[in-house]
Design a protein around this ligand. Structure first.
Ligand code: ATP
Ligand code: MG
Length: 579
């Protein structure tokens, strides 16, 4: 049986896992890390770098790197990098390809099947973009799984015998999702999901950076345009300070110069109270989705037996205390919040592959958005277009198939145009257009000729629409997957071919490359006496690499690693976990 892997394709970090008879397990990456930063760079030699090395490069050369592209999935945004442009699908594809390479190395054979997670609140277009990214990476996405559902599955796998209602609170780097999940007798039923597509730890970091810059007389956006190196370094400093403030009452942010070097000697001390006050207005946005998910699940807060925290940003004490205030109980974080989604995806992969370890587990999920068509309404003889008629209500259990009957509005109307929308507004212009098609062949006659429209929404959130002219039984089928804006099959094939042409570093060099990039970054942070020492060590290591003598390489690598472990203020362990 070919292995199927579970992948958490995150805004800041990604991870890959597989199911063993003892439960799901993370597959380490080429440098031994459990998380792979979702950062892509093209270095000066024109070679693509992904993951921890790209994250290091980003601090010193933000112009060569890009991150947070998950936020652009499903849009037409392009990122210029290394003399060409990349779509968000291609960038995500590069991250997936790197995770696939880790899995290939782990299993000793190519892995082609995966379960990939997306925020529950990803719309149809964003899901399609994720499927395209998988194809670009040479993977078949057997299932697109909602992240909070994946987390609930990981918890359900560990204590499946206890019946309870769980609220999964998932605050990652880029998105916020909340899901209400019922666990009973080995069945895991998602009752409702809601969320915010743009709310996460990265927003906290940027807010902190903006405030610190303000305190030294700089405005964030302006500084980003005029001194990008300063801002890139400031963001890195603030990321570090934000994480430190989860443990300590104060943290120091060193103010970089225009070249992004930490030589100014200027420091700003930030307290946890300050950070909390600055991010509170952003964090307040968690409340509406929570209320909505509970209302859709027809539950009140006191009926929630357990709150599970998922996502790195839930390490912030402010987040924990807000959740505690909202639910009147301490939330749980028994499983590592930044690995739990990948672990759940691996369990789902086991379900897809019918693994023995999960034969008693049943999982059901919901459609996070309402799906329907545009209609016109009659206001006392006045026909007005642009109203939304729901066919599948949000938070309906999937897979689902629903049919609604519509009618022509004019005499001798032989065609109707079916416009498919996703969203919660009464007017279609505020919802997302997924696709449209015409149904013709309606017999001549008075207004009121019936057309049945059937929506079938599958487990991956892929929609199929079928229209039937009732009088003639003529059926027109339309699969949104082929029509939705986004990459066409031809574009995907081109992307696959383009990806093959990209230069990459050999996998066995990953550890050394990462070490050198990290050393470059640390170099800029050190006072001059230490810089000299580090420079000598780096020269030695590079000479050793040239020599290709494994013993010499090991020896110099160890010296460099020891130096970095003593002098890297970030103490950046290769797991990719922020300090
Ligand atoms: N100790 C900590 N204190 C505060 N924030 C933290 C801490 N550790 C990690 N984070 C934040 O968690 C975020 C990353 O979390 P995670 O890896 O779960 O996100 P992701 O899966 O990449 O994103 P998403 O799920 O939104 O796509 C980052 O913004 C990071 O700064
Ligand atoms: Mg996540």
């Amino acid at each position: 049986m070919d292995p199927i892997i579970g992948i958490d394709l995150g805004t800041t970090n990604s991870a890959v896992a597989h199911l063993t008879p003892d439960g799901p397990q993370i597959i380490p990456n080429a440098i031994g890390g459990r998380l792979t930063p979702s950062v892509v760079g093209v270095d000066e030699s024109g070679t693509v770098v992904v993951g921890a090395a790209a994250r290091e490069l980003q601090v010193i050369r933000p112009d060569l790197c890009t991150a947070l592209f998950k936020r652009s999935m499903g849009t037409e945004r392009q990122v210029a990098l290394g003399g060409r442009t990349f779509s968000p699908e291609e960038l995500s594809g590069l991250v997936l390809r790197s995770l696939k390479a880790d899995a290939d190395a782990f299993f000793g054979k190519p892995v082609t099947r995966a379960v990939i997670t997306v925020p529950a609140y990803f719309n149809d277009r964003q899901r399609k973009a994720t499927l395209a990214a998988a194809k670009i990476a040479g993977l078949t996405a057997e299932r697109i799984l909602n992240e909070p559902t994946a987390a609930a599955i990981a918890y359900g796998f560990h204590d499946s015998r206890v019946d309870k209602t769980v609220l999964v609170f998932d605050l990652g780097g880029g998105t916020f999702d909340v899901s209400v999940v019922e666990l009973f007798e080995g069945t895991l039923e998602v009752r409702a999901s809601a969320g915010e597509a743009i709310l996460g730890g990265e927003d906290f970091t940027r807010t902190l950076a903006a405030r610190v810059l303000e305190s030294v007389g700089l405005q964030f956006e302006r500084a980003e345009a005029t001194t990008p190196l300063l801002v890139a370094r400031m963001i890195q400093q603030c990321e570090r300070a934000k994480c430190a403030l989860s443990r300590e009452p104060t943290a120091v942010v060193r103010v970089p110069d225009a070249n992004g070097e930490l030589t100014t000697g200027r420091e700003v001390t930030v307290t946890r109270e300050q950070l909390d006050a600055w991010v509170s207005p952003i964090l307040a946005r968690i409340e509406l989705p929570i209320r909505r998910a509970l209302a859709d699940a027809k539950l009140t807060r006191d009926k929630v037996s357990e709150v599970i925290l998922v996502g790195g940003a839930t390490r912030m004490p402010l987040v924990v205390s807000r959740v505690k205030e909202l639910f009147g109980k301490n939330p749980h974080q028994r499983l590592n919040p930044d690995e739990v989604v990948a672990l759940g995806a691996a369990v789902q992969a086991g379900l897809v592959g019918r693994a023995a370890a999960v034969e008693d587990l049943v999982v059901t999920d919901v459609a996070p958005f309402t799906l329907g068509v545009a209609i016109s309404k009659d206001f006392g003889g006045d026909q007005r277009d642009g109203y939304f008629s729901p066919i599948i209500d949000r938070n309906t259990t999937i897979p689902v198939s629903r049919v609604s009957r519509y009618a022509t509005v004019r005499a001798n109307q032989t065609t109707i145009s079916v416009q498919i929308y996703q969203g919660e507004s009464r007017r279609v212009e505020e919802n997302l257009l997924l696709g449209e098609f015409d149904v013709d062949g309606i017999p001549h006659g008075p207004a009121g000729q019936a057309v049945d429209i059937r929506f079938t929404y599958d487990l991956n959130g892929v929609l199929e629409v079928e229209a039937m002219v009732v009088a003639t039984k003529r059926i027109v089928t339309h699969i949104i997957a082929r029509h939705a804006k986004g990459l066409s099959d031809a574009q995907i094939r081109k992307a696959v071919a383009d990806m093959k042409k990209l230069k990459t570093h050999p996998r066995e060099e990953a550890v050394n490359r990462f070490l050198l990039t990290r050393a470059e970054r640390v170099f800029k942070e050190l006072p001059s006496d230490l810089r000299r020492d580090l420079s000598d060590l780096m020269d030695g290591f590079e000479t050793a690499l040239e020599s290709r003598n494994p013993e010499t390489i090991d020896q110099f690598r160890q010296s460099l690693e020891i130096f970095l472990s003593l002098h890297d203020p970030q103490d950046n362990d290769p797991s990719g976990n922020p300090a």
